[in-house]
Ligand binder design. Structure first.
Ligand code: EZ4
Ligand code: CO
Length: 402
């Protein structure tokens, strides 16, 4: 079998997605997600200008060699644009393999290791009560794990909370909006949120929280300690992770489990975090982590150090990534938890998929490949619209991490 064509699509059914379609001489095609929130066109151009010409004529079964060719062969390694592009190729090729062999992807990756993939939902509200009501709604929907974010008194807006309540979407159309941040106000508020949630919901539901890279390590250690009575499943992205040894300070200060890695693009971003046992969950995704090929290796490495996976699954990862992630989650021994933020009906219509939610689990479905398709004609009705993630400043105007 040979690759005869590869095309890049950019569409915006509610938000922007970049999709790669690779077609073979046998008529089988595979789909990969190439979405990098706020920098979509850079990946689209990287693919169509620099990667697609190198794919024509190759055997789509050679996922390892093609991955090495695109990673090592580029000379310039790593980086979110490069790794997202490589991921799109890798996932599309695994999709082709599954379709050619008539098998769901999980059977090519080691087979099922569990009944289904436990997912966590997002509960978000402008204050503690509204957030608690959202937690209640998600427990009723069957979720066993819920991430809780709430507005902070004295701050006009914060990460994870929609301005008018309801569903939260991490990018906005137009130029970046600016938020104002206060670490002190935030840190005083979050323990009150989780105290209220444990009083109302008891101990059975898993509760999570995302600090979204806004704290310094010593502050994260204190927040983790303040949250210990409420037994979080994990505290996510407590601090930016370029300085991996910075996590030692967090570890020394708290036993709250730590999850990090949604912005990682390679195992090198996590090598020290894992080998020093500084984290509990690796959140790197098949999308931004370079595909299924490197994620299998990253998971195996993490397994040696008691680190489990906790794949990123926000709405800016397309349904193709959700499908691929579910096959990956099902087939590795050290799966931890998968994020699930439902897409809009428009997005689901553009990307018809076999995966489904039932009793707190997601299932990838049993169709060959990853089980997610792409409706090209419908996608054309939703052209790209420039959109950005917000930026964050401290109260005195200093630029901060968003
Ligand atoms: O802000 O995916 O856990 N999920 C998150 C996301 C990220 C977005 C950034 O594009 O932190 O909502
Ligand atoms: Co996050």
């Amino acid at each position: 079998m040979k690759i005869v064509d590869a095309r890049v699509f950019v569409c915006s059914p509610g938000r922007n997605f970049v999709t790669l379609k690779i077609t073979t001489d046998e008529g089988i095609y595979g789909l990969g997600d190439a979405t990098l929130n706020g920098r979509e066109l850079a990946v689209a151009s990287y693919l169509s200008e620099h990667v697609v010409p190198c794919l024509i004529g190759r055997d789509p079964f050679e996922t390892e060699d093609i991955w090495q060719y695109l990673y090592r062969g580029a000379y310039w390694r790593k980086g979110p644009v490069t790794m997202t592009a490589i991921s799109a190729v890798d996932v599309a090729l695994w999709d082709i393999k599954g379709k050619a062999l008539g098998q769901p992807l999980y059977n090519l990756l080691g087979g099922r290791c569990r009944e289904g993939v436990t997912v966590y939902a997002h509960a978000t509200g402008r204050d503690i009560e509204e957030t608690a009501d959202e937690v209640a709604r998600h427990i009723e929907l069957g979720y066993r794990a819920v991430r809780a974010q709430s507005g902070v008194p004295g701050l006009a807006s914060t990460y994870g909370v929609a301005k008018h309540g309801g569903t939260y979407e991490p990018a906005e159309r137009g130029l970046p909006t600016e938020h104002v941040w206060s670490t002190g106000k935030y840190m005083r508020h979050v323990p009150k949120l989780f105290e209220a949630l444990r009083v109302r919901f008891g101990d059975d539901v898993h509760l999570l929280h995302d600090a979204h890279h806004r704290l310094k390590p010593i502050e994260a250690a204190r927040l983790g300690r303040d949250l210990e009575p409420y037994r979080l499943f994990w505290l996510e992205d407590p601090t930016p992770a370029e300085l991996q040894e910075g996590f030692r300070l967090i570890r020394q200060g708290t036993t709250t489990p730590i999850a990090v890695g949604e912005v990682f693009d390679s195992i090198w971003d996590a090598k020290q975090l894992i080998s020093e046992q500084l984290i509990d969950y690796l959140r790197m995704s098949v999308l931004h982590g370079g595909g299924i090929t490197p994620m299998k290796k990253a998971a195996a490495f993490a397994h040696m150090y008691h680190v489990q996976t906790g794949c990123h699954g926000a709405t800016d990862l397309s349904p193709i990534t959700m499908g691929a992630a579910l096959h990956f989650d099902l087939s590795i021994p050290n799966f931890g938890l998968q994020e699930h933020m439902p897409h809009t009906p428009e997005t689901d219509e553009v990307f018809p998929h076999a995966y489904y939610f039932e009793n707190g689990y997601m299932h990838p479905g049993d169709v060959p490949g990853h089980g997610v398709d792409f409706n090209e004609a419908l996608a054309e009705k939703y052209p790209y619209q420039r959109a950005y993630l917000p930026v964050n400043r401290r109260e005195d105007g200093t630029l901060w991490d968003w």
